[in-house]
Design a protein around this ligand. Structure first.
Ligand SMILES: C[S@@+](CC[C@H](N)C(=O)[O-])C[C@H]1O[C@@H](n2cnc3c(N)ncnc32)[C@H](O)[C@@H]1O
Length: 390
């Protein structure tokens, strides 16, 4: 493909990604994969170059752009090499017209920037939200220490590695053997907020595909009972094969019926030593990985997530034994989902108290700790440890 044809491909893809963001369609990564599946003439260098252009444009445009071309013009304004590809050649985009409309440059939609400010995130800290994320691994301590070429240790976590970006992880022998899992350093850090010991009874209420479940199992030395729940069948179904690869045998999965979760968990009432609630959230802390997610969030969607978070907390609390810990995590920097949610929990659950976890990154924020990309170099998180009354 010529450079101009690559720009044209990026424009077409951005049109699809913007439509999908407006209409709740497929994620950008899925659309990029589908696009190239039907364009076999594009080689790996072409695909990489187009992907780079697409993601650079997504990072530049704070709001959903009116068109893919309007988004690409933001890059053309910064980079004469991109501007030169608007050359009107056979497979390239038409030349740039004087005064042509650009997408709005920014960190995020204005309402979200305002909410981040109200959540005490400074304007200086905001650009890091859409920077590029590094590629981190968690070493599975249940297996022999892996050899991973080019990896650097992550000193803040007990067993973390950073890989050169672009490494194809699923082809690494250590990954195939279950000796490492992909997990952002921040995610590894917030998981440490739940104190666990071998032999305990632990619940991971929103386990998804088990990123944090497997880390808990390793810290429990694969001894005890670990119940991993989720309402999403697809995600939860990926957990047990991962556990098997990781040599984890203490995990039981339980698919929950939304609205009827408590019925499926009566057997655990008042008996969990520890409870992890890694709640569904807006993901404002993970825009480094999914920058287009900020185009998709709406005030209505956020309000629904806040409701679900309160609901999962109300399901979790009665399962914890007296004096046991409930750790609440969101990968969001919005107080509405973080410290505000915990304030409401404490007001509604007399006798519960918050205890600030001592973590290797982040700073106290309300009743918990917050990690942010600018200060901590991790994804953004809020985490709180809540102790059940004795
Ligand atoms: C942030 S993700 C969990 C990520 C996972 N803990 C990890 O480390 O990979 C939140 C999860 O909560 C699940 N969820 C949503 N509503 C739920 C509910 N009512 N009960 C349990 N899980 C729920 C979602 O399906 C999603 O998988």
């Amino acid at each position: 493909m010529t450079p101009a044809a690559r720009t044209q491909a990026a424009i077409e893809l951005l049109d699809m990604i913007a439509d999908a963001a407006r209409e709740g369609g497929a994620a950008a990564d899925t659309l990029v994969a589908r696009y190239f599946a039907t364009r076999r003439y594009a080689g790996s260098k072409d695909r990489r170059a187009v992907r780079e252009l697409v993601y650079a444009a997504i990072r530049s445009a704070g709001e959903v752009p009116p068109s893919g071309r309007a988004a690409l013009l933001l890059l053309a304004d910064e980079d004469p090499a991109v501007a030169a590809t608007f050359d009107g050649s056979a497979h390239g985009p038409a030349p740039i017209a004087p005064g042509e409309k650009r997408a709005g440059r920014g960190i995020a939609p204005a309402w979200l920037v305002e909410m981040l400010r109200l959540s005490s995130l400074s304007d200086e800290a905001m650009p890091a939200l859409i920077s590029r994320a590094p590629l981190d691994l968690r070493i599975n301590t249940l297996k022999d220490a892996p050899e991973v070429e080019g990896a650097e240790p992550l000193p803040r976590v007990p067993a973390g590695l950073r890989l050169p970006s672009g490494t194809v992880v699923d082809q690494l022998p250590a990954f195939r053997d279950g000796a490492v899992e992909v997990q952002d350093e921040g995610s590894q850090i917030v998981g440490l907020a739940l104190p666990v010991e071998p032999g305990q009874r632990i619940v991971d209420l929103c386990a998804g595909a088990g990123g944090k479940t497997l880390a808990l199992a390793a810290r429990m030395a694969n001894e005890g009972a670990l119940l991993a729940c989720d309402t999403d069948r697809g995600r939860l179904s990926r957990l047990l094969p991962r556990a098997e690869r990781a040599g984890v045998s203490i995990v039981e999965t339980r698919l929950l019926d939304p609205g009827r979760e408590a019925e499926a968990l009566v057997g655990w009432r008042g008996s969990a030593d520890g409870m992890l609630v890694d709640a569904p959230c807006s993901g404002t802390g993970t825009w480094r990985r999914n920058p287009e997610a900020r185009w998709r969030l709406t005030p209505k969607r956020l309000a629904r997530l806040v409701e679900t978070q309160a609901h999962v907390l109300s399901i979790a609390a009665p399962l914890v034994r007296p004096g046991g810990s409930l750790v609440y995590i969101v990968c969001s920097l919005l107080d509405e989902e973080g410290t505000g949610q915990v304030d409401r929990f404490l007001a509604a659950h007399p006798g519960w108290r918050a205890e600030t976890p001592d973590l290797p990154a982040g700073r106290p924020h309300g009743h918990g700790v917050r990690l942010d990309p600018a200060t901590d170099g991790t994804d953004g998180f809020f985490v709180a440890r809540l102790i059940a009354p004795c």
